[in-house]
Design a protein around this ligand. Structure first.
Ligand SMILES: [Zn+2]
Length: 72
């Protein structure tokens, strides 16, 4: 899972030069917040959205694995 996201701490540089809002829910990111860079969609996520998307991806993987078993 950590392959798709890079966890960082929001710095002034990131907030000024890249984004100061979450790419998913558009909540404000603040200096010192844990933020997660989404390598697939090139955006930063807040912790809440990261956890949510991580769970969704886990669900999808389970479905995929079940589908793989079904093919056997
Ligand atoms: Zn968010």
């Amino acid at each position: 899972m950590s392959v798709c996201f890079v966890d960082e701490v929001a710095t002034r540089e990131i907030l000024l030069r890249v984004t100061n809002v979450c790419g998913e829910c558009y909540c404000d990111l603040k200096e010192g917040d844990p933020i997660y860079y989404d390598l697939e969609h090139y955006r930063y996520l807040c912790e809440v959205c990261y956890e949510k998307i991580k769970e969704e991806m886990n669900d999808q993987r389970e479905v995929f694995e079940e589908g793989g078993l079904f093919e056997l």
